[in-house]
Ligand binder design. Sequence first.
Ligand code: ZN
Ligand code: ZN
Length: 414
Amino acid sequence: MPARPIPLIVIAVNLADLYRDLHQHPELGFAETRTAAIAARELRAAGFETAEGVGVTGVVGVLRNGDGPTALLRADMDGLPMAERTGLPYASTATADRDGERVPVAHACGHDVHVTCLVGAARELAATRDTWRGAVLAVFQPAEELGGGAQGMVDDGLFERFGTPDVVLGQHVAPLPAGMIGLRPGPAFAAADTLRVTLYGEGGHGSRPESAVDPVVMAAATVLRLQTVVSREVSGLDTAVVTVGAIRAGTVANIIPDEAELLLSVRTYEPAVRERVLAAVERVVRAEAAASGAAREPEIVRLTGYPAVRNDPDAAARTGAALAGVARVVDPGQVTGSEDVGVFATAAGVPLVYWLLGGADPAAFAGAGTPGTLRELAAVLPANHSPKYAPVISPTLDVGVAALVSAARAWLPV
Ligand code: ZN
Ligand code: ZN
């Protein structure tokens, strides 16, 4: 008697297993080839029309389901060049080549959570397509940490090729208790600009400063004068930070070097404040070079620029009502971290709603009732970019999937 044929079942990878696998195999920005292949495989399995290589390593999946609006769901995919020290059994030991140097790589920002949750949401929205109309645009973005990933996908024709969405939705895992969501209407994440300033002097012998233009003194004066940009030029009602995080010049005591380099980080929330601060920084740098008698103008290069994340208040209210159905939603206050998710919404000219997904062990928050005490407790936990950052798998993944699905449904009619 012939053996009964084994029924062909497509075994969907369990989301927790998928998460652990992604966590163990992090990749740096624009090199997320393995992650992208997994995302594409999962989108195809769920029935999405799928394209790879959008903006280098980005993946786009489209699920069209009759007439109606389009909701874009975004997840970023990249890891960070740092060693993981969580001690988890699925901790990363991966390394990668970066500028000719071997560096450790870890998912210390939790983008593996974002990828896993978007896979789960894609599956669920596909499985329940008889209950909504419109289209879902699943976007797996490269290189959020480098700053150019979202723009790269837009520049590669994301909306021309796959359609312009009516709303951009996304989430970032954060050290809030798992099972909780943080949603801030209005300015939510700071704009961040990284600048490299090169000050040109004229080198000479350390014993004869009169024959040189000393870029070390020029740099020192510039650093001090830059401290007045926020304190004297920004209203007390606005928020801005100017930090000179690196200052480099010279080699030995008796040589006046030719040039000095400063690296600056500028954080703001409002576009007008951002413009004002950046203009003031440039003015101070140029004026100090002139005051020092520099023959050559300083060079100011913007290395990365993240626009502020601004949640459209009406869209946040609509989406927040849906999110409240799957988790406790709190206002986490403004975050000084930065994100390039807003690039999609700005390019499409549509509202953005971006929320924080709690990923910390709720036991660490026992007894915290108010948002204030929540913030205090969260501040002492290992957070994103810490080598010890370790979101709990449950219920973070389940809530993250449910949040994306319910947020999308808030925009897709029945
Ligand atoms: Zn990050
Ligand atoms: Zn991140």
